[in-house]
Design a protein around this ligand. Structure first.
Ligand SMILES: *Cc1c(COP(=O)(O)O)cnc(C)c1O
Length: 363
């Protein structure tokens, strides 16, 4: 292991960060550049912070190939606040939207949207405990929807979209909280994308929203100022004090992703990491995956053994051996390994070795 005191942390979020980034931030913690102060102590209107914000925005634009007609916003309130901001800002033509229910985050987003308009559930995989992305029937899509909402990667259940729904002129809105920068994506297919930082981008406290400019400026009249995308776009994410340290740290993570070779290289590495664990699960006589093959996530991999007692013993022994936060979400049970960008291949291969040994002992 790279650092004897650090464990392999498989937390779903907040989650592991690249060690190099933690160490760089540590070096700059007390004095940033020539400023004589910590980034935490800086005015958000200072030149130093303006540069940090601008650089982070440019790097994200480069990494994700975000066209000029999309605004990049750094917001607060987590992914969950987006569940309200989206209907408040986007339900402006007909007051209705289509949602696909692929798990608890999609369900929460739909519930929140119902407070502001009509929500059509066009498909759901609830009947199979969200072990797949449901089949989408385009004839069921609403012709008058103001937007069409999907959760690209389902953190709890370990599923992901491998093809995007074709929604024509209706803006596609995507929650990318647990998959941003993990694989290449065509931004132009979306009207709006968002991601809380604490899974693949940095520490908790900042949420990135990428919004096409024609979708700005239509917020419902009663929308709180702070929940209006147009206000944040007009003020370049500086309408009020943004989460300055989280943005600084996110910027460092973006530079790290660039140094790794960008999103394409990340995707390749993520596919290799996921394949290590899935191949093991597919051949194991003790452990098995809970998701249909064609919708398996690259980021969150749930797995179980045949009984709760073995699951509990596994989790305990894993913890003792430096593999932590592997407990699955209570709605799936068993285990879940979250292997975001910052998890090196070595962490996954160490886990697979440990699981192989455990299997030998317990079969
Ligand atoms: C974690 C997560 C959220 C919620 O994020 P918060 O920042 O805790 O509000 C929403 N959607 C997905 C897919 C997530 O993984």
């Amino acid at each position: 292991m790279m650092n004897p005191k650090r464990v392999w942390n498989f937390s779903a979020g907040p989650s592991m960060l690249p060690l190099e980034v933690l160490e760089q931030a540590q070096q700059e913690f007390v004095c940033y550049g020539s400023s004589g102060m910590s980034v935490m102590e800086m005015s958000h209107r200072s030149k130093d912070f303006a540069n940090i914000l601008e650089q982070a925005k440019n790097d994200l634009r480069d990494l994700m190939h975000i066209p000029e007609n999309y605004h990049i916003l750094f917001l607060q309130g987590g992914g969950s606040t987006q569940f309200a901001m989206i209907p408040l800002n986007l339900m402006y033509k007909n007051g209705c939207a289509d949602y696909v229910i692929t798990g608890q985050w999609a369900k929460k987003a739909a519930e929140e949207a119902k407070r502001y308009g009509t929500v059509n559930i066009v498909a759901s995989s609830a009947d199979t405990n969200f072990d797949r992305i449901p089949q989408l029937d385009e004839t069921k899509f609403s012709k008058n929807a103001d937007y069409f909402y999907i959760t690209l990667n389902n953190t709890i259940y370990g599923t992901r979209y491998t093809t995007l729904p074709n929604t024509g002129d209706i803006p596609l809105v995507g929650d990318m909280s647990s998959s941003i920068l993990s694989e290449e994506i065509d931004i132009t297919k979306f009207g709006l994308l968002f991601a809380g930082a604490q899974k693949n981008l940095g520490p908790a406290g900042v949420t990135v929203a990428i919004v096409r400019d024609d979708l700005l400026g239509h917020a419902k009249p009663y929308t709180p100022t702070m929940l209006d995308y147009a206000i944040h776009a007009k003020n370049d994410s500086l309408y009020n004090t943004p989460p300055t340290y989280s943005i600084y740290f996110l910027g460092k993570v973006l530079q790290w992703v660039k140094a790794q070779g960008g999103v394409k290289a990340m995707q390749q590495k993520n596919e290799e990491k996921a394949a290590l664990l899935y191949n093991f699960l597919d051949n194991s006589k003790l452990f098995y995956g809970t998701v249909v093959k064609e919708h398996r996530s690259l980021m969150n991999i749930p797995f179980i053994t045949p009984d709760d007692e073995t699951n509990a013993i596994f989790l305990k022994e894993a913890q003792q051996n430096g593999f932590v936060n592997l407990k699955g979400h209570r709605s799936v049970g068993g285990m879940r390994a979250s292997i975001y960008n910052a998890m090196p291949k070595e962490g996954v291969s160490d886990l697979v070795d440990f699981m192989r040994d455990f299997e030998t002992k317990h079969l």
